[in-house]
Design a protein around this ligand. Structure first.
Ligand code: ZN
Length: 290
């Protein structure tokens, strides 16, 4: 028997694997995989220490080594609030495209005093996946010193539902969603993934938007610009397409910025159905970045 040609290894302990399923990935767009949580911790230990040092040095400089709010660092309800609904997210990217994120949120403690929680982390699937450091402070200068790199636009595209869309547009989008869904269901093969199971594939939505294999752009019958994101994924040894249709919405309040709102998302194992969605002009990866 021939050896499985696919070869992967844990970036920490170097153990060899033949399937991607055996590895954990904690950074979007990074091929670094790990066999276990302890290997992840060991691998990033130097970063944890580096950020601990920086925090200490800054606190010494700003005269805030001791703060009562430091006691709540790690308390689940604050951590959850910070992770789920940050006020600001900053990302710094080096020339190797390695990214380090900083999540910031302002809280009021029991006495009504304001303080900030600051999280330095790695991100996978738009959520913190590995916490490098977490701190709390009332010192705004300390908070500001963590704001490195670029501030992320939290409105796009996953928070598209928070866009300021007027009722009329919203209604017409709802109508469009139903029409697209009806037409897709009609074209489906009976042996394809059942409609009831679609929800269990939700996790592939962002993976598809983040790193699509193909993106098509077209103007539909109603004059709207539709982007079709397609990516092949694998789950439990079976590969399938995940297809996301997004409508482009222009926002006046952000100059000329295009926002994409998903209007149809579904998995399929049917190459014929996949082919019917390859409509419009193919946009390459480099164009996508813009
Ligand atoms: Zn390992």
């Amino acid at each position: 028997m021939k050896e499985n040609p696919d070869l992967y290894y844990c970036n920490n302990c170097k153990k060899i694997f033949h399937s991607l399923k055996d590895l954990y990935f904690i950074e979007d767009g990074s091929p670094r995989g790990f066999c276990s949580e302890s290997c992840i911790e060991t691998f990033f230990d130097h970063l944890v220490k580096h950020f601990e040092n920086i925090d200490q040095q800054l606190r010494l400089k700003l005269n805030c080594v001791e703060e009562s709010c430091l006691d709540i660092v790690g308390e689940p309800r604050y951590m959850e609030g910070l992770i789920e609904e940050p006020d600001e997210v900053w990302v710094r990217e080096n020339d190797l495209k390695e990214e380090i994120f900083c999540y910031i949120k302002k809280f009021n403690d029991f006495g009504g005093d304001e303080f900030y929680m600051v999280l330095t982390c790695l991100v996978f699937d738009r959520k913190p996946s590995f916490i490098i450091s977490a701190t709390a402070t009332q010192n705004i200068e300390l908070v500001n010193s963590f704001k490195l790199g670029e501030q992320q636009d939290l409105d796009a595209p996953d928070k598209a539902s928070n866009l300021s869309i007027d009722d009329e547009t919203l209604e017409s989008i709802e109508g469009k969603k139903s029409r697209y869904l009806a037409s897709m269901l009609q074209d489906r093969n009976e042996s394809d993934i059942p409609f009831e199971d679609f929800m269990s594939y939700d996790e592939f939505l962002y993976k598809t938007l983040e790193k699509p294999d193909e993106v098509y752009c077209q103007t539909d019958d109603e004059g709207d610009t539709i982007y079709t994101y397609i990516r092949v994924h694998e789950r439990e040894g079976t590969s399938f397409y995940y297809i996301v249709l997004c409508i482009s919405i222009e926002n006046d309040w952000k100059q000329k910025k295009e926002n994409l709102l998903p209007i149809l998302t579904f998995p399929s194992k049917d190459p014929k159905l996949y082919n019917t969605f390859k409509k419009g002009s193919l946009i390459t990866g480099s164009q996508l970045k813009n």
